[in-house]
Design a protein around this ligand. Structure first.
Ligand code: C2O
Length: 539
């Protein structure tokens, strides 16, 4: 295809027989799981982020659980002591000292993350690069990226009990030490291996994290941020993600034109933590929001690891929330998808997604911490006792619906918020979760950020409107991938769960809903949607 650079490499790990098998499967079945890429040789030869060549390790092997490993106990970063910090610091220093020829080095691990998401990994004869964001591969891939990072540090430290700490930003407890600030050891000393220079000045400790950030600094008080953060996580992860596809993201199989839509959790708070920590200064070599707000270089910041261990931990909490559908996808294209990583000995290993799902066999645990977001920052049972930002009588609601036009695909969503009306199906599907589905999400510049929020029955919501309002229904956060110049023509979806929100708003019996979208952040892009409709998610 015109405009795409040549990509190299024709060797797959499972060889010619495997390739023929895949071709036969592509022809005769609707979908095939993503196969293990051949690292380093499937790297687009002219792109950045390739792994050291030639590969010098043992022949690639299938990952096996190691029952002899001690169970590693991952602690909250704000609670670890100086001895633990010194150990982490030493491990990262040793990792930074590994030579460029070693795929375990700090830079190569940053590049490995980049390779998997930023237009670097091409299977032979495929037009689209592999992408581990924006779809259901996101959580399992990052779990194993953390797993191997932890194992590499353990090896360098010669301590198999070593565990990565988690940055507990979802814990809004006001008592000190604060969990919802950047753990101070990432920022206290420029000579520390845990320090990173490309960051937002307003993310320095002791400033409270803004999970609804517009990039850069905020004028909200710590108390406002605590309330907002709990409610935002509640909307994204509790009411917004009652099914596996809503939480994990949309199905993504071999041959698809890129990943097909992020889960609510990946968009926000995962994406906004990246955005909050990145430097908003647009003069950085790779654009604004380096390092964390740019997937190509995000893993250069040691805080990336603290962040992603917490992402992994929240996945484990999500599974314990009420609701029968809070489980991992069971489709074979999910379970049998494969990744290739370098293990602690720099040997290549293939991991199936099904192998990432058993944490007991992976042998690590999490320290238990308060998570008030699971009940909206309120006492259990009081989740919906939050005042509406736009209280409307029945007559005002009817007028609001009457004043909104139905969505038109010609709408260009740009600097001004847009409001439209969506009809609900006359007959409800009682087994599925009602979802507002935007298909064919398209915007001008995929190498830049784009962010928006959605509100229900709140047409006056504007850019700065808080995610603490019960009308806030979900946020879209596309983190920049400067290498990812390919986005157009994708069937990417964005989805918002409606059931619990409509109940909380007292509007579950209306035949139409009113939706308002508002973009925010320094890069506002023209956005279009091919279709907006209500569907039922039974995943
Ligand atoms: Cu691969 Cu938080 O990113």
């Amino acid at each position: 295809m015109a405009g795409f650079r040549e990509h190299s490499g024709c060797r797959w790990n499972f060889g010619l027989v495997g390739m023929i098998l895949v071709m036969v499967m592509v022809k005769f079945t609707s979908a095939v799981p993503i196969p293990a890429p051949d690292l380093p040789d499937n790297c687009n030869s002219e792109e950045r982020c390739c792994m050291p060549r030639p590969y010098r390790g043992k022949p690639v092997r299938q990952f096996e659980y190691d029952p002899t490993l001690p169970v590693r106990f991952r602690r909250a970063a704000h609670l670890i002591d100086e001895e633990y910090i010194a150990k982490l610091e030493r491990g990262v220093k040793l990792q930074r000292e590994l030579p460029d020829t070693d795929p375990r080095s700090w830079t190569n691990q940053m590049n490995l993350h980049c390779l998997y998401c930023d237009n670097g990994l091409y299977y032979p004869n495929q037009t689209w690069p592999l992408e581990v964001h924006n779809g259901w591969l996101f959580l399992p891939w990052h779990r194993m990226f953390m797993y191997f990072n932890e194992r590499i540090l353990a090896k360098l430290l010669d301590d198999d009990t070593f565990a990565l700490p988690f940055w507990n930003w979802d814990n809004q407890t006001p008592e000190e030490p604060h969990a919802n600030i950047l753990p101070y050891f990432y920022a206290r000393n420029k000579t520390s291996s845990l320090w990173n220079k490309n960051r937002n000045n307003c993310s320095e400790p002791p400033l409270t994290i803004d999970l609804n950030t517009e990039g850069g600094c905020t004028t909200k008080t710590p108390e406002e941020l605590r309330i907002q953060n709990n409610r935002l996580i509640y909307t994204q992860i509790v009411t917004g993600a009652p099914t596996s596809n809503l939480f994990f993201g949309m199905p993504y199989s071999y041959g698809d034109a890129g990943a097909t839509g992020a889960g609510t959790f990946e968009d926000n708070p995962h994406g906004t933590v990246h955005f909050w920590l990145g430097d908003p200064n647009p003069e950085k070599p790779a654009g604004p929001f380096d390092d964390m707000g740019n997937f190509g270089v995000a893993a250069r910041d040691p805080a990336f690891y603290g962040h992603h261990v917490n992402i992994d931990r929240i996945w484990t909490i999500w599974k314990t929330l009420p609701g029968a559908q809070r489980k991992e996808p069971t489709h074979p294209d999910f379970l049998d998808a494969q990744f290739t990583f370098y293990d602690e000995n720099a040997d290549l290993v293939i991991v199936n997604v099904s192998q990432t799902l058993n944490r007991t066999l992976l042998r690590y645990e999490y320290e238990e911490m308060p998570a008030a977001w699971t009940t909206n920052g309120e006492l259990a049972g009081q989740e919906n006792n939050v005042t509406l930002c736009n209280p409307a009588t029945a007559a005002e609601t009817t007028a609001m619906i009457g004043a909104a036009d139905y969505f038109s695909p010609d709408t260009v969503f740009f600097k001004d918020p847009i409001t439209f009306r969506v009809a609900r199906p006359a007959v409800r599907n009682s087994t599925g979760v009602e979802v507002l589905e935007f298909s064919g999400v398209d915007f001008a510049e995929p190498s830049m950020q784009v962010h928006w929020r959605s509100y229900l029955f709140y047409p006056t919501a504007v850019t700065g409107t808080s995610a603490a309002c019960p009308e806030f229904a979900g946020a879209y956060n596309y983190v920049a991938h400067p290498g990812m110049a390919i986005f157009k023509g994708r069937n990417r979806k964005w989805r918002v769960a409606l059931d619990s929100k409509l109940v909380a708003l007292g509007k579950q019996n209306l035949s139409d809903i009113v939706v308002t979208l508002a973009q925010f952040g320094p890069t506002i892009q023209p956005v279009q949607f091919a279709k907006v409709e209500i569907t039922y998610d039974t995943s």
